[in-house]
Every structure is written in structure tokens, then in C-alpha cells.
Design a protein. Sequence first.
Length: 249
Amino acid sequence: MVELRAITAGYDRKAPVVQGASLTVAPGEAVGLLGASGCGKSTLARVAALLHRPDSGALLLDGEPIHRWRHRAPRAQRTAIGVVFQQPRLSADPRLGLTDLIAEPLRACGRREEIPERVAELAAAVGLTPDLLGRRPHEVSDGQLQRACLARALVLRPRWLICDEMTAMLDASTTAALVAAVEDYRATTGAGLLAVGHDQVLLDRWCDRTLHWDDVTGRTPPATGGLPQASGLREPSVAPPAGRHGRKG
């Protein structure tokens, strides 16, 4: 289980962007985190991914409290979590071809012998054809690059997956394909999922339950209810496929 308790975090202790946020993701569960742009949900996702140390509160991974963050965290904890970010071009080394991009975590863990088989397996799973694997990020589309970033997140077979607005910059067909790839992985491995976004329809159809930012932080929602129009909520042009629990549109 991933459990965040009363997390306060940000980049300036005097003005934290996350205050008192708490949520849990059980093994095999898919949880959506819904919030307006700029509310702090991506910062909370980075805390859950061991990429950002909170100012206060606690993160428990499988019942064990996390004391170290980023590269100082034990490898077993770091590799238990895979992350896909919103903007693939900011999370991909422009010098690497897609094969090397996907294989990067295996190299970092000294598991080079697994690269050929694992890259081929994941490329097929996310919809990357062999001719794309030798190209660099500037030679592929955003959707193709995000497919590679998802493959990279899955290459170490994580038990938890965090998708931080993974499909926000993608077209409808690529969104459906990536959601299907995530659900296929979860059905095979039983991995838990935290999906962060501002598209309520997508999160409701994808996840077992969707938490609003006000629920997570314990704040009182606006009198009008829901999110303001400025939050960027939109109707997706395609619904994700039914998940492993048989959810349908």
C-alpha cells in the first residue's frame, strides 16, 4: 500500500503548495486524483514517487515509512514505483534513441542482459514499431515519445505506477492506447495506480475511485460545488477501454 499522511510540501517552506494532504492506494487499486491546474497535485505525485521530500507528514510504502528520497532512497523502494510525467520532452534525454531511453533504468540497475528482450516486449505493448526505436526524441511525435516514456516506467516491473497527467497533451487515439497499455500491465501484475489529472470523465472511467483535491487536503469545496470552469476540465473525445474490473462506458 502507498499511504500519504498529512503531507505538506512545496519549493518554499514559507509558501507550501500542498498542505495536509492524505491519500492511500491499495495493492491492485486504481485511484484518480482530480484537481485544477496549479493546485499542487503534481507536487504530491512527486512526493509519492520518492522524487520530492515533503516538509512534513509521512509516506508509507508497503507499511514501511520512507526516510530517504531520490537517489538516497534504497533501490528496492525506488524501483517499486514507475512514473510517467505530463510532458515527455521534458522527461526524456534528447541524446538517447528510444531503445536507450526505455532501457535506461535497466542500465542504471546493472541489468543490461535484459535489455533486448524487455525493450522488444514493451515496445510491442505500448505500440512502438521497430523502425521508431532507433530514433531520438526530436524525430518522433509527442504521442510516440510518451509511449516510450510509459515503456521506460514499466521496464523494471514496478508494483506501483504514477501517471501525472500522462495523456493531457495527447490525441484521443493515443490516450486510449496508453490507458489500455497501463490496464494490461495492471491486469498482468496486480500493480496499483495513482492517476493524476483534471479530466474527471477520464479518471472516473479509468479508476476504481476518484478523489477531488478538496477531499485529499480536507478543505471545504466551493459553494457552487465541483471545480471552477477555469480548472481546465474538459470532455474527452474518446473513452478509455474497460479496465480489468470490467468497467464500461
